[in-house]
Ligand binder design. Sequence first.
Ligand code: NAP
Length: 311
Amino acid sequence: MKHEIAVMSPIYTTGMTELNDKYTVHRVWEAPDEKAFLASIADRVDVVVTWGSRGMQAWQMDALPRLKLIASFGVGYDGIDVAAARQRGIAVTNTPDVLNECVADTTWMLILSTVRRTTFNDRYVREGRWLSGAAPLSDKVWGENLGIIGLGRIGRAIARRGTGFGMQIAYHGRSQQTDAPYQYFADPADLARWAKILVVACPGGKETENLVNAGVLQALGSDSYLINISRGSTVDETALVKALQEGTIAGAGLDVFADEPRVPEALFELDNVVLQPHVGSATHATREAMAKLVTDNVAAWFAGKPLLTPV
Ligand code: NAP
């Protein structure tokens, strides 16, 4: 007899294949009425697989009273009500570390394409504007000041790449990290004032909501750039659109937005912004590694072994 699990949204194919082989998988994403569907499987499901962005709220946990494990695909778990899970004795796992390097690559793709104007210049060629004259010059990346909000697993991988570009690196977090060879700023506005390129790489959620507000953008200034690969919630999006329209900052590279997949249309008209559809970890190799961590956590739980990556 196979164990039964619920999957809120499908994970990478290799992970789905393993889950389908080992368990009876209830496909919540296909249910027209999620509440009724959860009620129909409530007496036999102890494990849920979800995504950080699909999340898991208290009402969904209540709909599955036997639930003991939420195995999430993604490192960020701001979409999961972890406090509600703790209260109900439900364990939560995520997929840290295996995605650090690809998310750092994505960050660097955004840094280079925003500051060196890759997408603007690509349009410049395609639209035949080069025939009428050379493209405008851009700012430079190498040797500049790189500020990082959230020097965690991903933030450190971003910083390591920055040293290769001969940059000075500094960071902001809730506390100074004694083992980090970079300058620390206790105030994000002071870090923004110092930085030419400010990267946001901290977790989302209530604690970091609008951490980059109008004041931080003002401090960043008209010759400097914001890169956000964390969560849309960490940046005041209305203030950001205004800062980009008015030239309060020079430009922005954005992988994440407040209300994904909806992106403020005002951004579509701006040449000083590069937009990506939340693809930080979206390579085959990394998604496969993330899926493996999810299935290994689920297997560990059913085997009564310690979870690999509990939150
Ligand atoms: P991590 O290792 O836990 O690092 C998070 C860092 O943020 C830590 O250095 C922490 O330092 C800092 N931080 C935490 N709370 C803060 C606060 N209130 N104010 C300022 N700094 C704070 O996490 P990670 O694995 O690097 O992942 C970071 C985030 O990246 C994830 O949570 C997720 O939202 C995002 N992410 C995005 C993508 C994408 O596709 N774009 C992919 C993966 C991850 P202190 O503890 O000293 O404050």
